[in-house]
Ligand binder design. Sequence first.
Ligand code: HEM
Length: 412
Amino acid sequence: MTGTNTDLLTDSFAYTRPDEVHALLDSLRQEAPVCYVNPEGIRPYWAVTRYEDIKYIESHPELFSAEPRAVIILEELEKVNLERFGDIQGVKTLVHMDGDQHTKLRRITRDWFMPANIKRMRDHVESIAAGFIEAMEGKNGECDFAADIAFWYPLRVVLQLIGVPEQDEQHILTLTQHLFAPEGYVTDEQDVTAIYLGAVQGMADYFTQLAEARRADPKDDIASVLANAEVDGEALDPFTLTSYFVLLATAGHDTTSASIAGGLLALLQHPEQLQLLRDEPERLNAAADEMIRWVTPVKHFARTVLEDTELGGQKIPKGDTVMMLFDSANRDESAIANAREFDITRPASRHLAFGHGRHNCLGSHLARMEIETFYRLLLPRLESIELAGEPQFIPSHFVSGLQSLPIRYLFK
Ligand code: HEM
């Protein structure tokens, strides 16, 4: 495509300027919805930007495989991952596998995330949310809502579910941030590859120990379930086991944190919607879903084409990679009316922020409940709230959201 810098799609720092990325996605949807991209240092791929095409990919796992790569990373990093972990992605989680293996592994934790269990967790999640709202109250009317509150609340919820003690929360948060956005932590001593590898190794070490502890002394938590799980009569191999932990301990909070912080920014930028939500709190359910659509924290997943195929008028040969740009799907006006407006009154949403099909997000009920619970408690407490500085975004083309959201507020 002429005049369009498609290199931005895998340029993590471009995602710190979301308007620029959205403008690029808008033009790709219009002019080249399935677009061949060949950036330096990254395996060429097809950028897929229309809602219906992404849904088609997600609905046809027999044509579009999650193996061998579900996330587009530097070729150099794929090489190092392969040498070090025996897999180009460095982890092998549910999102990286297909077929029976995926079904059997998903089944191990599925019930923990189904609505019946989420309902049972409501009071506990509410008490965690209340603690963070108290923490806001203790900050004398000013805080960085992303870094002080939103990062921590979903982290505590999911880590308690897994069985990670509170004193290890900072460690897991740092590892997650290094895994999802290594570009943001580069130093003179450590490049992107070193930061990423350190995070994968750190996670593997931590969860190997946790699994050993739960094998010796099982508790009522997911760590005990995973440590003692069997598939076809066999325990999970160490790489699959630690990868499973990594998925839950990362996907389970960063995404929700991004939605909570990005949701507040959207409300502050649309004061009439904030007022409406305060006047009619029964809209919280729909509002939480709209926050998730608006933020779309997971920017992409990738698939490998298993047969020569055609998509959006392009012939894609077997073996090529497709990149599903969820942020673009969720702003596609041909699928979602007024998609480029933040609107908490929109009828039942059909967004793709949680993906679609067999890989659809296992934690979607939990995420929605956490967001709804938080705002249900926060909004009635507020006398006023406003932005107190420039919001900053996380540099990542995989999972991105607010890094910093300075706010000023008055509690009643
Ligand atoms: C998968 C988004 C919260 C656990 C996914 C996928 C997306 C996603 C896009 C891939 C879907 C696909 O390829 O079709 C989100 C968003 C969240 C969120 C936007 C918050 C707003 C959570 C939470 C958990 C979680 C709280 C709980 C641990 C998972 C798991 C998978 C997954 C286990 C893998 C499912 C599979 O491949 O079978 N999520 N997620 N997510 N998510 Fe979430």
